[in-house]
Design a protein around this ligand. Structure first.
Ligand code: DP6
Length: 381
């Protein structure tokens, strides 16, 4: 560091989570994290869920360190080190002497998710996106925006999609392998998302291990890659660009179902959904039946939590039905984020046929919309 630069410098940023509507499942290169297929995701707003990361560089630090959710994590984790060394390489090749100097210093990372990771909400995507974005701000690499997605990918594949806001596609054949927005967050302002946190006691196989097992053993995954997913990505892109909710919803549900079918086709099989997840799927299909149109869609990642999509006009009605079925706490505690207005759901619940056994099976639900990418929250940022 030059004599006139500070001995220590920090930067704090936040990054969003993203939910895939066309799933990434399977790698062609495990070390580089290159996926077998393109995927499409929606970046969720950071009003309620985000990762916040502070990165500090200092001449006084003697080693890299990372504190995750108040616990010291291993700073020599392969993926953390991969991200760090890639970003240092980028900084070392900079035209700016100050960036080159900063790249030589050790860093201290403090990262916190403001949502409970124990609830099984994906944290690696927002976590690695935030790490890379914060370091890029600190090293003044903002102009390298397109490369940052590739750097986050080395931490966790899905993280490369959290560097952009809005509707995002991750291109498996692009060089470098990155994600880019299909449409901005403002493109479809009516779209709403409910993240339902399902009670969960069992520990599932992690995504990395799970997808590696699927690549080795699932014929259905092979079929998906060869015959299904390419066309589905194009159809999904069109549905998003045309704001065609019915098409968007059908493709989202079909792709989630195919992903979980692949999990069952994996040997030994992977069980990510539980009986509550299945009850949510059934409720959504029955609800769409009584509404005589597709008004709500579900998707599930590698866990039992449901992510439900609908347009704003349907939100209050569906949310009240959902609460009547699955909630055992008051409406205003069951929903977090922007709380939907409660409406009388008696007729809908009668038509759907109430099921008392489901009460309390969803702990709470976070209401969100499509949002922006990471941002620097330093007062001077
Ligand atoms: C089911 O990105 O967590 O959420 O690249 O091995 O870190 P690694 O896996 P990860 O996998 C996410 C899988 C998924 C689908 C998706 O987000 O596309």
């Amino acid at each position: 560091m030059s004599a006139d630069s500070p001995r220590s410098q920090s930067c704090t940023c936040i990054a969003p989570i993203n939910i895939a509507v066309i799933k990434y499942w399977g790698k062609s290169d495990e070390d580089q994290i290159i996926p077998l297929n393109d995927s499409i995701s929606l970046t969720l707003d950071t009003d309620y869920m985000y990762t916040k990361t502070t990165a500090t560089i200092s001449t006084e630090l003697t080693k890299d360190s990372i504190i995750l959710n108040n616990e010291e994590a291993s700073g020599d984790g392969v993926r953390f080190q991969n991200c760090l060394s890639e970003i240092r390489k980028l900084a070392a090749s900079s035209k700016h002497a100050s960036t080159v100097e900063k790249s030589k210093l050790k860093v201290a990372i403090v990262s916190q998710n403001n949502f409970p990771t124990k609830a099984g909400l994906a944290s690696s995507a927002s976590g690695y996106a935030c790490l890379v974005f914060t370091l890029a701000q600190l090293f003044e690499l903002e102009s390298h925006k397109s490369e940052l997605s590739a750097l986050a990918r080395r931490g966790s594949g899905s993280a490369c999609r959290s560097l952009s806001g809005g509707f995002v596609q991750w291109f498996h054949e692009s060089q470098p392998c990155v994600a880019r927005p299909i449409a901005e967050a403002e493109h479809w302002p009516q779209l709403r998302c409910l993240v339902a946190v399902v009670s969960n006691t069992s520990k599932a196989v992690g995504s990395t291990e799970g997808m590696s097992r699927s690549v080795k053993t699932s014929k259905l995954l092979e079929y998906r890659i060869k015959h299904v997913v390419r066309d589905r990505v194009e159809e999904m892109k069109m549905a998003i660009l045309q704001k065609d909710f019915v098409k968007f919803a059908e493709l989202t549900m079909q792709d989630s179902n195919q992903f979980h079918a692949i999990c069952l086709d994996t040997y030994p099989p992977l069980f990510y959904m539980n009986s509550t997840s299945q009850a949510i799927i059934q409720l959504v299909h029955r609800y769409n039946e009584i509404r005589q149109n597709i008004k709500v869609a579900y998707t599930f990642d590698a866990g039992p939590n449901a992510v439900l999509f609908m347009e704003e006009a349907e939100l209050n009605r569906f949310a009240s039905v959902f609460h009547a079925f699955f909630g055992s706490i008051p409406h205003e505690s069951f929903f977090r984020g922007k709380i939907p207005d409660p409406v009388d759901s008696t007729k809908d619940v009668e038509a759907l046929g109430p099921d008392k056994a489901l009460k309390g099976q969803v702990q709470y639900t976070i209401v969100c919309h499509v949002g922006q990418g990471p941002k620097n929250i330093d007062p001077t940022g």
